[in-house]
Design a binder for this molecule. Structure first.
Ligand SMILES: Nc1ncnc2c1ncn2[C@@H]1O[C@H](COP(=O)(O)OP(=O)(O)OP(=O)(O)O)[C@@H](O)[C@H]1O
Ligand SMILES: [Mg+2]
Length: 255
């Protein structure tokens, strides 16, 4: 499918993850008990680092065509993996102001965050939060605003990106989906590139195509395919046999 679109593949998980823990555990704890999951992200990190260094990309949005494709989870994990090497100063920004899932998922208070900074009521220092990884910082979404798409396309946002470009080696932005709202398209020109999520057996290919067209193929660093079905039983038996013993949870059977 990605080949048909001539888009580079960054990663492919066929592993449905266990659902996030209901007791509000940090999003970065998801999949901890699954060694393959972490392994996928290490592979993704290698490809991401190679490409972003080669193309000199520093500010990258993680996006998808519709809601629920795994953007927030992937964005947080990729940032965590990149920061863990200690080689790079990594910043995660929650630009999904409508939902603030990344902020919530990392257990951070929403305010003050991006929206307050863009409205000029706080300084950058006040919104950059520490994480449990010394080289990973996070900017929460901030209070909800009536027109996030406008806030994300104005001059203050442009100035914000310029400021953080100078302070971090990699900036990953968790973005809203492209088709339902204008926020991500409005940010498009300010970002160096996008990582695109595609959730198999969930996202209609037509919608993926439409969203890719809106962003433009040249701006897409690569695609992560989430929850891909195994290609062949033989392959699974050989390498990942123990997965078949796991009973799918309710959440998994949605994928
Ligand atoms: N492979 C997977 N297996 C099982 N659950 C998954 C998988 N990928 C994501 N999820 C779960 O699906 C839900 C949606 O994931 P996530 O929030 O990362 O998607 P999103 O694209 O950011 O959604 P939104 O567009 O609503 O912001 C979360 O509860 C997440 O834990
Ligand atoms: Mg999200």
């Amino acid at each position: 499918m990605v080949k048909k679109f001539q888009l580079p593949m960054l990663s492919r998980w066929w592993t449905p993850l266990p659902p996030p823990s209901p007791n509000g555990k940090n999003i970065l704890e998801t999949g901890r008990e699954d060694p393959l999951f972490e392994d996928r992200f290490k592979g993704l990190r290698a490809k991401f680092e190679q490409k972003s260094e080669m193309l000199n990309f520093r500010v990258v949005g993680v996006t998808s065509s519709i809601a629920g494709e795994g953007k927030t989870l992937s964005c947080a994990f990729l940032a965590g993996c990149l920061a863990l090497t200690g080689r790079k100063r990594v910043l995660l920004v929650d630009t999904d102001i409508r939902k603030g899932d990344l902020t919530r998922g990392l257990g951070l208070p929403r305010q003050p965050g991006l929206t307050e900074y863009l409205m000029g009521t706080v300084t950058l220092q006040e919104i950059v939060r520490d994480s449990h990884i010394p080289t990973l910082k996070v900017i929460p979404a901030g209070a909800e605003v009536q027109f996030p798409a406008d806030l994300l396309s104005g001059e203050p946002f442009r100035a914000f990106l310029k400021e953080i470009r100078a302070r971090f080696d990699i900036v990953l932005l968790d973005t809203p989906p492209i088709l339902p709202v204008a926020d991500t398209i409005n940010m498009r020109d300010q970002l160096d590139a996008f990582v695109f999520l595609f959730r198999a057996s969930y996202t209609p290919v037509e919608m993926f195509r439409q969203a890719v067209d809106e962003i433009g193929e040249k701006k897409i660093l690569g695609v992560i395919i989430n929850a891909v079905e195994p290609q062949s039983k033989k392959y699974i038996d050989k390498y990942y046999g123990y997965y078949q013993q796991r009973k799918p949870t309710e959440e998994e059977s949605v994928a």
